[in-house]
Design a protein around this ligand. Structure first.
Ligand code: SF4
Length: 244
């Protein structure tokens, strides 16, 4: 075999190995089969470490959950929706944002926080030093209420298992509750937002920071004080994330 041909084959092999590494198959590189391997379960033998198996399990759980939300008819809100909006982002995020319910733009696109309020949320996330795809964003209720009215308690109750399952799967370090519906649900309180915001509460063992909903900021665009308060709240969230 000529030298050029050997170099080409080696380059191809290197590219192939890199590809498998990107798929998470670290087992392809530098691992010799040992006699003890004969005894091991197949998954372990080919390098599907426990972490990978658990990731596969998580991916399947997410797929089932998203499908259930998209097909859901548990409450009357399904009648007026274009599509349900399960949520989006990093399924292993340390930071999770929970809003109220999808609005018109979200209902049309099937994605949370994509209208004006959503653009503002993206700016807030970036000002905190993250990218939108680093965090997970969802709502308490997954279908748009008519005329963007506040979801009723029976609708929140019907939809809540989905959010609970999302929180369980993500297990974030901090949750930001955007607005009263999310704060009331997560903190089981009916205190006003002015009382709640700026102070960490708890959902199970997860710290929850209630703050004003971005739509409220949009409606009060010229009010610098509200912006300042939200920013103060987010600084506390960043500080907590940095310390843990
Ligand atoms: S709002 Fe929630 S409970 Fe109601 S239909 Fe949509 S997904 Fe189902």
């Amino acid at each position: 075999m000529e030298e050029k041909e050997i170099i080409e084959k080696l380059e191809n092999l290197e590219n192939e190995l890199r590809f498998y590494q990107q798929l998470g198959a670290g087992f392809m590189v530098g691992r010799q089969k040992k006699p003890a391997d004969e005894e091991k379960p197949a998954g372990e033998l080919i390098g599907l470490e426990k972490e990978t198996e658990s990731q596969l399990f998580q991916a399947e759980e997410w797929e089932k959950l998203i499908r259930r939300i998209r097909d859901c008819r548990f409450c009357p809100l399904f009648q007026g929706r274009t599509q349900a909006v399960p949520g989006e982002g990093n399924c292993q995020a340390r930071l999770m944002f929970v809003g109220e319910a999808p609005g018109r733009d979200e209902d049309l696109h099937g994605r949370p926080f994509v209208g004006r309020a959503g653009q503002l949320l993206t700016k807030i996330i970036e000002a905190m030093g993250f990218k939108r795809q680093d965090v997970y964003i969802t709502n308490v209720v997954k279908c748009r209420p008519p005329e963007n009215r506040t979801p009723r308690p029976d609708e929140v109750k019907a939809c809540s298992p989905y959010l609970l399952h999302q929180i369980e799967l993500i297990n974030p370090r901090v949750i930001v509750a955007l607005g009263k519906v999310a704060a009331e649900f997560l903190l089981q309180t009916n205190k006003s937002m002015s009382e709640l915001r700026g102070h960490f509460g708890q959902f199970k063992d997860i710290p929850v920071m209630p703050t004003f909903h971005p739509a409220y900021l949009v409606r009060n665009e010229g009010n610098r004080e509200i912006k300042r308060m939200v920013w103060e709240d987010m600084k506390k969230v960043v500080k907590l994330l940095e310390s843990s």
